[in-house]
Ligand binder design. Structure first.
Ligand code: MN
Length: 242
């Protein structure tokens, strides 16, 4: 009995030594941990009052610093249990929601959608906006909708028609322009389409200045669209999909 115990003890010591060696050997090769908060709030690419009088500074402060910031914070919190998701871009996560573990899929769809949609939207607006699409985008809008003014009418109707909170979009769908809407923070990326133009029709985007007059807000939106940027992004998207 004593003999057996000392053999077991010796075996245990050997195993411990081996484990220690293994730990030393493996430690330097361990993969670096993903950052604790991999998603970050991009700064607004202009001053908060840049889009006055169409979009007021107070709304822009709340919209960017509170609403958009909350989506980022909640997205980071949601993926704490799945830190490997932080190695992908939010756009890549949304483009393949089925690859996101089911336990956090709804949170990624909602919070990640909120982060991606606002990140896409801010640079499409400008104090020097409001003119008209150019180059290939202008040509393709004419071909698909008849004219820029016809597109504006249809886009406005779609935006007004969103029941509750959501977005109206012009997207690139298999090489063709498509007008669509989404509810909540759903992104066309999840349906395989590329966003070209959008307007946020959540009440947080317009209620302070426009109250219930969503049509007036959408008309104001068209005064601040940065068509040069949108048209150039469209050319990139079209050549990338070609
Ligand atoms: Mn919003």
């Amino acid at each position: 009995m004593i003999e057996r115990r000392s053999v077991l003890k010796a075996l245990g010591a050997t195993a411990t030594l081996a484990a220690t060696h293994a730990a030393f050997a493996q430690a330097p090769a361990a993969a670096p941990a993903a950052p604790a908060a991999p998603f970050t709030l991009p700064p607004l690419p202009y001053a908060y009052d840049a889009l006055e009088p169409y979009f007021d500074a107070e709304t822009m402060h709340l919209h960017h610093d509170k609403h958009h910031a909350a989506y980022v914070k909640n997205l980071n919190a949601a993926i704490e249990t799945h830190p490997e998701l932080g190695n992908k871009t939010v756009e890549a996560l949304l483009a393949d929601l089925n690859a996101v573990p089911e336990a956090v899929r709804t949170a990624v769809r909602n919070q990640g959608g909120g982060h991606a949609n606002h990140s896409f939207w801010w640079p499409t607006l400008s104090a020097r906006g409001g003119s008209a699409p150019t180059a290939e985008l202008a040509k393709d809008i004419d071909a698909s909708f008849g004219s820029f003014s016809a597109l504006q009418d249809k886009f406005t109707k779609a935006a007004i028609g969103v029941f509750g909170s959501g977005w109206a979009w012009l997207t690139l769908d298999d090489g063709k322009l498509k007008l669509e809407t989404s509810g909540n923070q759903d992104s066309p990326l999840s349906a395989g389409r590329t966003p070209i133009l959008t307007v946020d029709v959540w009440e947080h985007a317009y209620y302070l200045k426009y109250q219930n007059k969503r049509a007036d807000y959408v008309a104001a939106f068209f005064k601040v669209v940065n068509w040069d940027y949108v048209s150039s992004q469209y050319a990139h998207a079209k050549s990338a999909k070609a």
